[in-house]
Design a protein around this ligand. Structure first.
Ligand code: SAH
Length: 219
């Protein structure tokens, strides 16, 4: 864990961030590692200045390009599901957006690869992540439907965009024992976990959620 670079940043937001952590606890997030990472990463630096006063509200916020930064509870919930009883290890994130979730994953993973299909958003994620100096996060402009074959296999894959079915290419890039979490569905979506076991993939469904769609290609 490389957290030294994070301490001291955004102290002014510490009070509202503490409130966010209390709220996450009340909502049922209990893994101390997840709560610690959520407490460490300053969400306001990932958000446009005009919206920064809402950075620690439990709500999705617009990122531009029709995309949204995920709600803190949903980020925490998906990661808690992925990390339960193990470590995240080597992680692939599909849909880096502004880089907020990549930063949380960066605190909890050995290595993070995050792909984003919208080039200017990826550039913003790069700028944002530079401020918190988590050097083991690699960003790539690519279509996440293809995964990242050159860095596979992954212990953890997380999708920040919803699809009607799990992309088989992404399941194929999971290491033995690896886990993939995604919002599954179109109009109605649930968090879905796929775990690679000796006997094949085991699927478990969790909370109802609302994510932007996983789109094809890059722009
Ligand atoms: N992880 C972000 C959430 C961004 S919203 C956060 O921390 O807030 C989801 C992102 O997924 C959008 O930026 C969208 O452009 C991206 N996305 C959608 N389809 C994609 C694809 N096929 N490959 C890569 N990124 C994709």
């Amino acid at each position: 864990m490389n957290t030294a670079a994070l301490t001291g940043i955004g102290m002014t937001s510490q009070r509202t961030r503490t409130r966010m952590i209390e709220r996450l606890r009340a909502q049922g997030i209990s893994d101390p590692r997840v709560l610690h990472a959520m407490d460490l990463v300053p969400r306001h630096i990932f958000i446009e200045p005009a919206l920064a006063n809402r950075a620690y509200d439990d709500t999705a916020l617009p990122l531009g390009f029709g995309q949204t930064i995920s709600q803190p509870f949903v980020v925490a919930r998906m990661i808690e599901i992925l990390i339960a009883g193990r470590e995240l290890g080597k992680t692939l994130e599909i849909g880096a957006g502004c880089g907020y979730q990549a930063a949380i994953l960066g605190v909890l993973s050995k290595q993070v690869f995050a792909v984003e299909r919208i080039a200017p958003l990826l550039a913003r994620a790069r700028e944002n992540l530079k401020q918190i100096r988590l050097s083991h996060i690699r960003l790539k402009h690519a279509d996440g439907n293809l995964g990242l074959p050159e860095a596979a296999p992954f212990d953890t894959v997380i999708l920040a965009a919803a699809a009607a079915a799990v992309p088989q290419t992404l399941l194929a890039q999971l290491a033995p024992g690896g886990r993939l979490a995604m919002p599954l569905g179109t109009a109605e979506q649930v968090i879905c976990l796929f775990e690679r076991t000796d006997k094949g993939f085991v699927e478990t469904r969790f909370d109802a959620v609302r994510f932007v769609p996983l789109l094809p290609g890059v722009e």
